[in-house]
Write a protein that binds this ligand. Sequence first.
Ligand SMILES: Cc1ncc(COP(=O)(O)O)c(C=O)c1O
Ligand SMILES: [Zn+2]
Length: 425
Amino acid sequence: MSDETSTAPPKHLETLHCRICGTEVAAGPVHVCEMCFGPLEVHYPLEALRGRLTWEVIRGRPTDLWRYRELLPLEGGPTLARGVGWTPLLPAPRLGAELGIDDLWVKADLSNHPTQSFKDRVVAVALNRAREFGLEDVGCASTGNLANAVAAQAAAGGFRAWIFIPKDLEPEKIIATAVHGVRVVRVNGVYDDVNRLCAEVADRFPWGIVNVNLRAYYSEGSKTVAFEMAEQLDGAVPANIVVPMAGGSLITKIGKGFRELGALGLVDPGRQPRLFGAQASGCAPIIGALERGEKRVEPVRPDTIARSLAIGNPADGPFALQAIRESGGWGAGVSDDEIREGIRLLATLEGIFTETAGGVTVAAAARLAAEGRFKDSEGATVLCITGNGLKTPEVARSTYELGEVIEPRLQEVERLAEAGLGLGA
Ligand SMILES: Cc1ncc(COP(=O)(O)O)c(C=O)c1O
Ligand SMILES: [Zn+2]
């Protein structure tokens, strides 16, 4: 991993930039801008990288997210989290025919290493940066997938980990966190209560809470979804991308990722994807603001089966709104029944079993397609399927029937065959 990486810490990583007032603050585990409490962001020397970071250089590197390391906020090469990212981009013709979407693709982040969601990407970046800062304790406030990712990667990296979750999270997500030997702290409240607590924890203890005081670094990991899509489409920019939203960071950073690729000349800078946000109608603060034409995101109290997206007061809500509007995209809020149907369609037509967040994405795409929102575009439409169905199996129970148990006799099968398949197919 040492080819063009210089040994001196890169100058651009000495500071973070406030996204509201532009103030620069010294790099570190800092939460917000001291002047205006705005969120912080990393800037890159894109001009200097132009012509140096080419697809040819990138293609010669190992197939994980570190192949884009100049666009990630690490001072040195990664010391942890190899093998994260580089998930398949799959054509989805059967789902496309069903939904009436031409040239439909699935970005299959449900098969990410090591915990089967796109959160493995953001945690890979955050924990490498935590190590560079000399932090020994890390943690997160989580709706489930982030908990899994921090727990697994903290275990592998030898960090102590403090995982804060709402007490009623799905059992599978609690098991897949606690198994890594981390401290799971269940909080009597919804995610937004957990997150507020973690902001206080980050002030009180010398810990790196990945989505609080490491958020500026953590969130950069999401850009690699955009980088991979462009590389997997041979440098083409998708026309439309449908992205599930909770805190609103992923969709914002997919937009930033394509802008950086444009600035580097790796994709046509005149062409940006239209970004379409997806939320459950039981927790749709960003979609609500989008539909009302407002810049402010009014917090809501979540009530949906899509627990992984149940953030009522999204930290990056205004930026997500801005990214959607500037791209010419739109969004949809979908009901719990539509989410289950989305899971069923993806599973039965493309063989991909997603968790509720993926059901939200498919259902939103169905709605947007029915409204004709993808019609006047040329190029691929990509659905971000960001989490794995094995983590929320209960939700899928109502999508199929098992039928009777039979005796081990051929006549029994003959009887079934005569009746036809007819099992919820
Ligand atoms: C599976 C899955 N998809 C999408 C998201 C949304 O990501 P963001 O909070 O960056 O909007 C989450 C967030 O927890 C998630 O768990
Ligand atoms: Zn500021």
